[in-house]
Design a protein around this ligand. Structure first.
Ligand SMILES: [Zn+2]
Length: 499
C-alpha cells in the first residue's frame, strides 16, 4: 500500500521535473547548428534534446540489425541453429534460470522442485549433457531410482558425460548390494579416469571383499602413482595383499608360488607378523632354517608375538625341550623384559620341567594389574610341577578364569575380536584393520554384577584349612551385601607358596 503510493509520488515528481525541464529549455536562448551537405540546420534547445534521443534509438536499432545480419551469415555458412538461437535468446535465458533454480533446489534438498526445474531447463535449453545430470540427481533425491538409472544410461552414451553415468550406475548397484556388477563398473570408471580417488577406494574395497588380490594390488599401485597414498602405507598394504595371495594359495596346497608370495610379503613389510611367520615356514619347507631364524628374529625385534614363537619352534621340530630353551635364547635376548618373551620362556621351561626357572621367567608378571589368563595358567602349571596342593593349583586356575584374555587380533574399526589374522575383518569387512592388542571389553558377564572369584578363592582357601576354620568364620569371610561381594580376602590373596 505504502509502496504503491510511493511509486505514484515518484512518477508525479518525474513528470513534473520533465515539464519543468522542457519549459526551461524553451525559454533558453541559442541551440545547436548542424551542417549537412552544405545546408545549415539550426535546432532549438528542445529540438536538440529530442534529436539526441532519436540518435540513441537509431544506434540501438543499428546494433540489433547487425547481430541479426551476423546470425543470418552464420546460418548461410551452415550453422543451422544460429537463427533460432538469435530468436531464442529469451528462451535460453529462461532455460539457464530454470537450471540455476534446479541446482539451488538440489542443494537445499527439495527433490520434486529440483526435478520440475530440471525438466523445464531440459525443454528450454536442449542441452542434455547439462540437464540429464540434474534430472538424475533430482530423481535420486526423490527416491525415483528407475528414472535415475534411465538418465545415467543416457549419460553413458555421451563421451563427455560417460564417467558420470558409469559412476552413477555403480553407486546404484552398490546400494542394491550387487557388488559383482559394481566392481566391473568401478573398473570401467577407473579406465575413464585413472586418477579418480573415490573410485579407486571403492574398487579397492570391492576387490578385497571379492578376494581379487591381484586386482587389488594393481589398484593400490594406481593409487600410489596418482599420489593419493604415502609410500609406507602403500608398502604395508601391498604386503598385506601379497600375504593374502599367499594365504589363498595355501588353502589349495603349499606350493612354491605360495612360498614366494609369503617371502615377498615379508620383504615388503618385515614387521607384518603373519607374513613373517608364513615366510619363515616357507623357508623351513625349502630347507633353509637359517633364513627362517633371521626373519623371525627381525620380526620379534619389532614386536614379540606367539605366532612368531610357534614358527620359531617349527624350525627344529624334533629337538629336546632343554635344547629348545637354549635355542630360544636367540629370541629372548632381543626383548628380555617383554611380557610375551617372559611367557614364552616360562612355557618352554615348564615343558623342560625346570619349574624354578619358569617361575623366574614369569617374575612379577603375576602381580601386574593387567596380568592375563595365560600368566595364571602358567602359574598353575608351575605350582603343579612343584608339587603344590590341588587347592593352590585350582586357585590359580580360578584366577585365570576371570582374568582378561590378553592381547588378541582386534579390529580397529569395529573392535571385533578374531581368533586368526586375516586381511579383511570378518565382522565389518574393513581392510587391514586387525591389530594385536588387548581388547577393551573383557569382563566375564555375571547376572548380578557380583564378582565370583573371591567366593571361589575363599572357598578353596577354606577347604585347604578346613581343620582350623569354623563354619561361622567362613560366612564372615565372604558375605553378599546388595549383590556386592565383600570378601575379607581380596583376589590378590596369594595361593600358598610351594614347599
Ligand atoms: Zn571390523
Amino acid at each position: 500500500m505504502l509502496w504503491s503510493l510511493l511509486k505514484i509520488l515518484v512518477l508525479v515528481a518525474i513528470v513534473a521535473l520533465l515539464a519543468l525541464g522542457a519549459g526551461y529549455l524553451m525559454d533558453t536562448q541559442g541551440g545547436v547548428q548542424i551542417t549537412i551537405a552544405g545546408t545549415e540546420y539550426t535546432l532549438g534547445p528542445l529540438q536538440s534534446v529530442l534529436a539526441l534521443i532519436v540518435l540513441v534509438c537509431l544506434v540501438w536499432l543499428f546494433f540489433k540489425l547487425l547481430t541479426l545480419l551476423i546470425a543470418t551469415l552464420k546460418f548461410l555458412n551452415g550453422d543451422e541453429t544460429a537463427m533460432s538461437r538469435y530468436f531464442d535468446r529469451g528462451r535460453e535465458r529462461r532455460g539457464y534460470q530454470a537450471l540455476a533454480d534446479s541446482v539451488m533446489a538440489l542443494a537445499s534438498g527439495e527433490g520434486s522442485l529440483a526435478m520440475a526445474k530440471a525438466n523445464k531447463a531440459e525443454k528450454l535449453l536442449q542441452k542434455p549433457e547439462l540437464t540429464n545430470l540434474l534430472v538424475a540427481q533430482a530423481a535420486e533425491l526423490n527416491g525415483d531410482t528407475k528414472r535415475a538409472a534411465e538418465t545415467y544410461k543416457k549419460l553413458v552414451t555421451n563421451n563427455a558425460t560417460r564417467f558420470v553415468g558409469v559412476r552413477g550406475i555403480m553407486k546404484q548397484k552398490l546400494a542394491d548390494g550387487d557388488e559383482e556388477t559394481a566392481r566391473k563398473l568401478a573398473e570401467k570408471a577407473l579406465e575413464l579416469k585413472p586418477k579418480h580417488g573415490e573410485t579407486q577406494d571403492v574398487l579397492l574395497t570391492l576387490q578385497t571383499k571379492a578376494q581379487d588380490w591381484a586386482g587389488a594390488r594393481s589398484t593400490l599401485t594406481a593409487k600410489l602413482k596418482s599420489g593419493a597414498l604415502p609410500r609406507d602405507v602403500y608398502k604395508r598394504r601391498d604386503a598385506v595383499l601379497a600375504l593374502s595371495e599367499a594365504k589363498e594359495l595355501l588353502d589349495e596346497e603349499g606350493t612354491i608360488d605360495q612360498q614366494e608370495r609369503a617371502i615377498e610379503a615379508n620383504r615388503l613389510s618385515p614387521d607384518l607378523i603373519p607374513a613373517a611367520a608364513m615366510a619363515a615356514r616357507a623357508h623351513i619347507a625349502k630347507g633353509k632354517p637359517r633364513n627362517a631364524t633371521k626373519i623371525l628374529k627381525k620380526a620379534w625385534e619389532v614386536r614379540p608375538h606367539p605366532d612368531l614363537a610357534h614358527a620359531f619352534a617349527e624350525i627344529e621340530p624334533d629337538e629336546t625341550p632343554a635344547n629348545r630353551v637354549r635355542r630360544f635364547s636367540a629370541l629372548s635376548r632381543l626383548h628380555p623384559n617383554d611380557p610375551e618373551t617372559r611367557l614364552v620362556m616360562a612355557e618352554l621351561n615348564i615343558v623342560a620341567e625346570d619349574f624354578p626357572e619358569a617361575r623366574r621367567a614369569l617374575g612379577d608378571l603375576v602381580e601386574m594389574e593387567d596380568a592375563d589368563a595365560r600368566v595364571f595358567t602358567l602359574m598353575a602349571a608351575i605350582e603343579r610341577g612343584e608339587g603344590a596342593s590341588d587347592a593352590v593349583v585350582q586357585g590359580w586356575l580360578a584366577k585365570a578364569l576371570t582374568a582378561p584374555r590378553g592381547p588378541q587380533w582386534v579390529c580397529d574399526n569395529c573392535h571385533d575380536i578374531q581368533s586368526e589374522w586375516a586381511p579383511i575383518c570378518a565382522n565389518c569387512g574393513s581392510f587391514d584393520t586387525l591389530t594385536w592388542t588387548a581388547p577393551t571389553k573383557q569382563e566375564v558377564a555375571t547376572a548380578t554384577g557380583a564378582q565370583m572369584l573371591p567366593l571361589i578363592l575363599g572357598a578353596l582357601e577354606d577347604k585347604s584349612d578346613e581343620v582350623e576354620d569354623t563354619p561361622e568364620e567362613i560366612s564372615d569371610e565372604a558375605t553378599i551385601l546388595d549383590g556386592e561381594v565383600q570378601p575379607s580376602d581380596t583376589p590378590e590373596a596369594e595361593p600358598r607358596p610351594a614347599t
